[in-house]
Write a new protein. Structure first.
Length: 119
């Protein structure tokens, strides 16, 4: 696995088997929810090859747009976690940590990401 992808997956606050995805996502959603709002899972599958390109060209624009439309503004991205399927494993990364890693991978600041993809 590419070191950049490994760095992203190391930000996971929880990990489960992909086969247990529904139950694991429900538990994490409950843990990450607040009294004011239920947490949301943004799900993605990592491809076997060209992972960094996939993350920067496909995931980054869509995730930023989703977060901004939902009102979970960068950098905090409140109430959203990313469920990353990688082979047989499922990694849970807070959206705020995900956008930091995507910023590092793309070379774009958080402000540039919002300007390009958030509107």
């Amino acid at each position: 696995m590419e070191p950049a992808v490994q760095a992203l997956l190391e930000r996971a606050f929880h990990r489960a088997r992909a086969a247990e995805a529904n139950a694991a996502m429900a538990r994490v959603r409950e843990q990450e929810s607040s009294d004011l709002a239920q947490a949301t899972s943004y799900e993605l599958v990592l491809p076997a090859e060209h992972v960094v390109e996939h993350l920067t060209a496909r995931v980054l624009p869509r995730l930023v747009y989703f977060l901004e439309c939902r009102g979970s503004r960068l950098p905090h991205c409140a109430g959203v976690f990313v469920s990353i399927f990688a082979g047989d494993d499922l990694y849970f990364v807070r959206a705020s940590d995900m956008v930091v890693e995507l910023s590092r991978l793309s070379g774009l600041s958080l402000e540039e990401m919002v300007e390009r993809y958030g509107r």
